[in-house]
Design a protein. Structure first.
Length: 277
């Protein structure tokens, strides 16, 4: 599944489809020794399954884009711990993973930094105390002005967008979270940064999607001023089992280059959607 320079792929897998022991054994066979050892260190069965699903998703999806067999992919951690592909990486593929509420999401692009975050609108609620510790003053003021029901959703929207940006930077939540934020309007997202912050908002683009009724996804990607608008494709999958193009609901975006997702019957360069591994 070839990614052009302006393509971004979002892969979505669900934990409730990871309960087949034979399939899990096939996923485990794709992993290297360190990934298998890490699986065993998790005490809870759900955490072990989530780790196995995330690693299998990363390997099979990246194999589809790079043309390298899943079990031959090698990973390293960058300066701040963000996983990257090691060795020969044709096309300079970058990726980022997120998981929440039984969903694992993976974003893949070529030659541009990116971050993704996902949360269930039903399963998670941030306390006002957590908001005040991690949000900027104008974000807090906006949230306080909202009715309680609207505040809960808007808090998660802000959090996922901020985390997607922090992950795209490769630094994660070690960034000063009160020094940048996202203004959420009816149809537009606006990334802002405090004076002296070591970045510029125009370097990035943000998208906010809804998968189904309540799974929120925030995507942040490095902006290319002279490039065509980003083309975002979404694929629902169970690794080694099926891959199906889907249409996420685009809620908001930043900048002028955001386009709706491909239709569910989207293009795939004429190749079969389920590859042979």
């Amino acid at each position: 599944m070839h990614l052009h320079a302006d393509d971004i792929a979002i892969w979505i897998a669900r934990l409730d489809e990871a309960d087949d022991s034979a399939l899990a054994a096939r996923w485990r066979a794709l992993l290297d020794g360190s990934e298998r050892a890490r699986e065993l260190r998790y005490r809870l069965a759900d955490d072990r399954r989530r780790h196995l699903l995330a690693r299998a998703l990363a390997r099979t999806a990246l194999a589809r884009h790079t043309g390298i067999a899943p079990q031959r992919l090698r990973f390293v951690r960058g300066r701040h711990g963000k996983p990257e592909l090691a060795g020969d990486n044709p096309g300079d593929h970058r990726f980022n993973l997120s998981h929440a509420a039984g969903v694992v999401a993976l974003a893949v692009a070529r030659g541009r930094a990116l971050g993704i975050d996902t949360e269930s609108l039903r399963a998670r609620a941030l306390s006002l105390g957590a908001v005040e510790r991690n949000f900027a003053a104008d974000e807090i003021a906006e949230l306080r002005a909202l009715p309680a029901a609207a505040r809960a959703r808007r808090t998660i929207e802000h959090w996922t967008l901020k985390e997607a940006y922090a992950k795209a930077r490769g630094i994660g939540l070690s960034l000063p979270l009160d020094r940048f934020g996202v203004r959420v309007d009816d149809a537009r997202l606006r990334l802002w940064m405090a004076p002296g912050f070591d970045d510029a908002p125009e370097r990035w683009r943000l998208w906010q999607f809804l998968d189904g009724e309540d799974q929120l996804l925030a995507l942040c990607a490095q902006h290319r001023p002279d490039a065509a608008p980003a083309r975002i494709q979404a694929i629902a999958c169970s690794p080694l089992r099926y891959e199906t193009p889907i249409a996420l609901r685009l809620l908001r975006a930043s900048g002028e280059d955001a386009l709706p997702l491909s239709e569910a019957s989207g293009e795939n360069d004429g190749r079969p959607l389920l590859a042979s591994y």
